[in-house]
Design a protein. Structure first.
Length: 133
């Protein structure tokens, strides 16, 4: 009986430790605030703009940043763009519809992430979304 108790305690401690390491990030939804974060190698932005304008802005930003788009596709819930930089870094952009007039954009450069290039691409997206342009 004592051994079973110790096994249960060990199991609970491991579960708590794993939950802490995994983080408690909640997925974005229509009520998510507009803004950006950089987490685990990906830049994640929530923009108050519809999917189509966000899609066009992402394509323009990748083109402006010198990224060659190799594959792209849209779905009812979002879409993706995969490309390569001139120095052969992979770039993955994922868009997700969060509701009418709100879109989540995820940018990941290479498998481990590149915050500087992700930020430059995001800045180009913001420029493309600016109505003055």
């Amino acid at each position: 009986m004592h051994r079973q108790f110790l096994l249960r305690i060990r199991f609970l401690l491991c579960a708590v430790l794993l939950a802490g390491l995994a983080g408690c990030a909640t997925p974005n939804d229509a009520q998510s605030p507009v803004g950006i974060t950089y987490s685990k190698g990906s830049l994640i932005a929530v923009e108050e703009v519809g999917f189509r304008p966000a899609w066009r802005a992402c394509l323009a930003a990748l083109n402006h940043s010198g990224v060659t788009v190799l594959d792209q596709s849209t779905t009812p819930t979002g879409g993706y763009m995969d490309g390569l930089t001139n120095d052969l870094k992979t770039v993955k952009v994922r868009l997700r519809r969060l509701g009418t007039g709100k879109t989540e954009i995820r940018i990941r450069v290479s498998s481990i992430g590149d915050s500087e290039l992700s930020r430059l691409i995001y800045d180009d997206i913001k420029t493309a979304l600016d109505p003055a342009n």
